[in-house]
Design a protein around this ligand. Structure first.
Ligand code: GLV
Ligand code: MG
Length: 304
C-alpha cells in the first residue's frame, strides 16, 4: 500500500488551490466537499472537484475526496457524481461522521453498481472518519465492514463536539493540552481506533492540527500520534507537510538501528541463541518485528 504519511485537505470550491496542492509534497491530496466548504458552495464544489480530478495530471499521487455525511442532503449526490464522473481518477472516497457500518455498506454497494455500470477497471477505496461517540463505540464492526476500506481517520474536532469535551481551539489537539488535562487526553480514543484499524489491516490516520502557525505544536501532536500507532496525519496547510512527512518517516538513526537489530538477531540465531543485545538493550523477537516493520517502511519510502 502506498504511504499515507501526510494528507493535504483542500477546500473543494477553491479551484486554484487544487493546482497548488498538486505541486505540494503531500503523499495524498484530499479534495474536500465537507466542512471546509460553505453550504452555499456545495454544488459548485462538487463540480470543481470533478473538474480537478479530470483535468489535473495527478500522476502517481494518491487522490481522494471527502464527501458530505450520508445523512445530509449532499452526501448521496457527492458519492454518485464523483464516482460516475471521475471514478477512474479516484483512489478513495472519504466518508465523514461514520456512526454505523450501514454507512460503509451503503457506499460500498453504490460504488459496486457504479463501477459495473461505467466499466471501471479500478476499485474505488473507502476511508471512514470516526468522529463521534457512537462511531467509536462501534469502531471494530465499522473497521471490518468492507473490503474497500483502506483507513480509519480520527476526527478530533467533531469527536470533541460529540462528547462535549472542552477545546482549546478548533481541531487543536496538542495545543494547550497541559492546561486542560495532565496527560494525553485523546489517548484512549486514539488507541481504540488504532486497535480496530490494525486488527483489520487498515491504516490509522490522525486529524489535522488546526493552528498552522504553530509548527512546534504540530510536531508534538504528530509525534504523539505516531507513538500511538498512527501512520499519518492530515494537513490543512502546505506548510505543515514537511513536519508531518518527517515525523512519519523513519529517521536515518532509526534505520541504522533497525539494521543493527536485525543483524544482531540473525547472528544470535545462527549461534543458537534466542536473544541478542544492541547498545546494552535486549533484542528479542518482538524487537526484531518492530525493526523489520521500520525497515519495510523505509524501503517503501525509498530511504534504503
Ligand atoms: C475532522 O474531520 C475533524 O472533525 O477533526
Ligand atoms: Mg470532522
Amino acid at each position: 500500500m502506498k504511504p499515507r504519511r501526510s494528507i493535504l485537505s483542500v477546500p473543494g470550491h477553491v479551484g486554484k488551490m487544487h493546482q497548488k496542492a498538486h505541486r505540494s509534497r503531500a503523499d495524498v491530496i484530499m479534495l474536500d466537499l465537507e466542512d471546509s466548504v460553505p453550504l452555499e458552495a456545495k454544488d459548485n464544489a462538487r463540480t470543481a472537484v470533478v473538474n480537478a480530478l479530470r483535468t489535473i495530471d495527478w500522476k502517481e499521487r494518491v487522490v481522494t475526496a471527502r464527501i458530505n455525511a450520508l445523512d445530509t442532503p449532499f452526501g448521496y449526490r457527492d458519492l454518485l457524481v464523483l464516482a460516475e464522473e471521475a471514478g477512474d481518477r479516484l483512489d478513495s472516497v472519504v466518508i465523514p461522521k461514520v456512526d454505523h457500518c450501514a454507512d460503509i455498506h451503503f457506499a460500498d454497494k453504490m460504488l459496486t453498481g457504479i463501477e459495473m455500470a461505467k466499466g471501471l477497471a479500478n476499485r474505488i477505496g473507502l476511508e471512514a472518519i470516526i468522529e463521534s461517540a457512537r462511531g467509536l463505540a462501534g469502531v471494530d464492526i465499522i473497521a471490518g465492514s468492507s473490503e474497500r476500506l483502506v483507513t480509519l481517520v480520527f476526527g478530533v474536532a467533531d469527536y470533541s463536539a460529540s462528547i462535549g469535551a472542552r477545546l482549546a481551539s478548533i481541531s487543536g489537539h496538542g495545543e494547550k493540552e497541559e492546561e486542560l488535562y495532565p496527560g494525553h487526553r485523546w489517548n484512549f480514543a486514539m488507541s481504540r481506533l488504532v486497535m480496530a484499524a490494525k486488527a483489520n489491516g487498515l491504516m490509522a490516520i490522525d486529524a489535522p492540527y488546526g493552528n498552522f502557525k504553530d509548527p512546534e505544536g504540530l510536531r508534538r501532536s504528530a509525534i504523539m500520534a505516531g507513538a500511538l500507532g498512527f501512520d499519518g496525519k492530515w494537513a490543512i496547510h502546505p506548510e505543515q507537510l514537511d513536519t508531518i512527512n518527517t515525523v512519519f518517516s523513519p529517521s536515518p538513526a532509526d534505520i541504522e538501528r533497525a539494521r543493527r537489530v536485525i543483524e544482531a538477531y540473525e547472528e544470535a540465531q545462527a549461534a543458537g541463541r534466542g536473544a541478542a543485545s544492541v547498545d546494552g538493550r535486549m533484542v528479542d523477537r518482538a524487537t526484531v518485528r518492530l525493526a523489520q516493520q521500520l525497515w519495510e517502511q523505509a524501503r517503501h519510502l525509498k530511504l534504503v
